[in-house]
Design a protein around this ligand. Sequence first.
Ligand code: G
Ligand code: G
Ligand code: NA
Ligand code: MN
Length: 254
Amino acid sequence: LQIQNLLRGAAERGELSLHYQPQFDLGSREVACVEALLRWNSAELGQVSPARFIPVAEESGLIVPLGEWALREACRQAESWRRTGFAVPVAVNLSALQFHRSDPVELLERVLAESGLPAAQLELELTESVLVQDGGGVTLERLRRLKALGVSLAIDDFGTGFSSLAYLRRFPIDKLKIDQAFVCDISTDPEDAAIVNLVIELGRILKIRTVAEGVENEAQLRFLRERGCTLAQGYLFARPLTAAQFEAQYRAPR
Ligand code: G
Ligand code: G
Ligand code: NA
Ligand code: MN
């Protein structure tokens, strides 16, 4: 409850920020996109881990304004980079509550217009919990309208939720993020290896890009490259970085 009360005013007190973690193309080895991740530096509690405050935000509904803050800030930052010749698509996490409780299409239209960021430079990461609640086709309708705006859609933590394979055919998905729980032991555990293989193969057949999350070592990378995974994200390449760090490391010198 203390966390919840402090979190309520966090944006107004300027305690929120975003960190940026790149995804690398396994073919070209270049940064393909960057995921924006919320950080909270509380005046009272110090740095609070998202693993602690995101669940509180989800339960209390605070994720709606927090998520909106993150979306707005990520679009502002990406547009500021783009205008100065550093165009990198940004991926933003959208919680199921944001998607279902209010109209995400209206929000996206508003934030894109306000920031000036071209929609093609924005990706939304949705968890499987977004897709399972398909109240009479409302989810499909919203996803189609988001796609019509020009944003791309990724399924986050793929394989940990309840999505059925049928969703992949029905919904206009551009990218599958293979959860780090499966990636962790791919080079030693045959069952995890088989699951990751299948997801990569599924992506190839359905023409959906695949991203391995939580890549930490060369053995995992070798496995993913051999199997034709499209992209990788993880500590082996980069930790989540501040905007300044990300720019300093990945912006080509002018
Ligand atoms: O940043 P870290 O990798 O510790 O993130 C922990 C969790 O918090 C992840 O599940 C991540 O998806 C989630 N998360 C981080 N930023 C946001 C955000 O802006 N919105 C939502 N809904 N989840 C976020
Ligand atoms: O739910 P989501 O996938 O958006 O959250 C990503 C989370 O995973 C963040 O908390 C991020 O800090 C963390 N993360 C990113 N790369 C790695 C990694 O290589 N190893 C581990 N253990 N965690 C990672
Ligand atoms: Na993820
Ligand atoms: Mn994510």
